[in-house]
Design a protein. Structure first.
Length: 383
């Protein structure tokens, strides 16, 4: 008879938390059942004192920036960070490729099974087509002057064609409110992608610029030689500027470090399906500050987790992101955080039929997580 594996533990199974349940796997590791405590009518199970979690979803990464690991100083603030990325960005393609491979291996080792990945080029397509991890590629559009909008769309659609020829899942998305013109926002919305993503309120400078057209961002436009004459703040609101021009159904907002209650309300009223992606280690790296995560949770926000890139992080490790949240906000429950890192991320990317829970009949990755006081101990070795 086939040898089943039965493990009793706290099972983070999508939106359900099964305490003292048993996960039943067949010889190939395919999920046979998740049995709740009161239905267990067998005794031949092993006990694991921790959590069983399906593979993590990294909702925000930039694989093609992996070669920038350890190249950029911490706590510089966003303006100097962007300038430094620009300085190191163009490197020999071979170096870029081997850094991406290392980064992908690191993600696999750290239990990541699916990634929402931002791309500005096709550099990562060769690796992605190997399907070692599930990738949803967000092809990122930038263009702050409206007369460029048409050309930007044409260019990004070419990149999208290239991706679909390789059978990659790819959609187009705006970069950030301060780098996308009203026209470009409108043209991107007209593409009717099933999900969009946007870098959002990562710095105070972003708010100052969009509200009042002042602050350090003026230096950025100057450096990149971008004419900002046409930009007029919209009702002195960093949010209304993009929201009024971006009529879409589903959006993953990334960072949200300087999110206000007002901005949260405006966005939630206008867009049906919003996911709030937190990248705490990148926020600590660049700004040395975190979003008000307890307040987001109290509002009932759907939260998911990203690592951002190795340009602004020392590792691509979702558990380490959760650790940073837990360290700063110990009151947030571990079980909830593990759901943010699995089912919420899967739903954000629209892949909850494959990932984010233990799907019966499917071979989902099983992560075994011990909780010490730091939520740090993590063992993948035995399953
Ligand atoms: Zn990013």
């Amino acid at each position: 008879m086939e040898q089943m594996r039965k493990i009793k533990s706290t099972i983070i199974n999508g939106h359900e938390i099964v305490r003292n349940g048993v996960l039943v796997l067949d010889e190939q590791g395919i999920t046979v059942d998740v049995v709740p405590e009161n239905k267990i009518d067998f005794t031949d199970y092993e006990v694991f004192d921790g959590y069983l979690v399906p593979g993590f979803v990294n909702t925000h990464c930039h694989l093609e920036l992996s070669h920038l690991k350890n190249k950029i100083d911490t706590h510089t603030g966003i303006v100097d960070f962007v300038l430094a990325v620009q300085q190191f960005r163009n490197t020999d393609l071979e170096e870029v490729e081997s850094a991406m491979r290392l980064a992908e291996n690191e993600m696999i080792e750290n239990g990541i099974v699916a990634v929402g990945d931002i791309s500005n080029t096709s550099n990562s397509f060769n690796i992605k087509k190997e399907n070692n991890i599930y990738y949803h590629t967000f092809l990122e559009a930038l263009g702050f002057t409206s007369n460029r909008a048409e050309a930007v769309i044409t260019q990004i659609l070419q990149l999208k064609n290239q991706a679909s020829e390789l059978n990659l899942i790819a959609s187009i998305s705006p970069h950030a409110p301060y780098s996308v013109s009203r026209d470009l926002f409108q043209k991107l919305a007209a593409q009717q992608e099933s999900v969009y993503t946007l870098h959002h309120l990562e710095s105070l400078e972003e708010i100052m610029f969009l509200n009042e057209k002042v602050g350090d961002f003026l230096n950025l436009y100057n450096f990149f030689n971008i004419n900002i004459d046409e930009f007029i703040p919209e009702e002195k609101s960093a949010t209304k500027y993009w929201l009024n021009n971006f009529n879409i159904e589903k959006l993953i907002l990334v960072h949200n470090t300087f999110l206000s209650d007002d901005a949260y309300e405006l966005i939630s009223e206008k867009i049906k399906n919003v996911y709030w992606c937190l990248c705490p280690n990148a926020n600590l790296f660049i700004e040395n500050r975190l979003p008000n995560i307890p307040s987001l949770i109290n509002k009932g926000a759907k939260i998911c987790i990203g690592t951002d890139s190795l340009a602004s992080n020392h590792q691509l490790n979702i558990l380490d992101e959760l650790h940073s949240i837990k360290k700063n906000f110990p009151e947030i429950s571990t079980e909830y955080l593990l759901q943010c890192a699995s089912i919420n991320g899967a739903e954000a990317l629209g892949i909850e039929q494959e990932f984010g829970k233990f799907h019966i009949g499917k071979k989902n990755r099983v992560l075994r997580i011990f909780e010490d006081s730091n939520l740090r101990k993590f063992d993948l070795s035995k399953i």
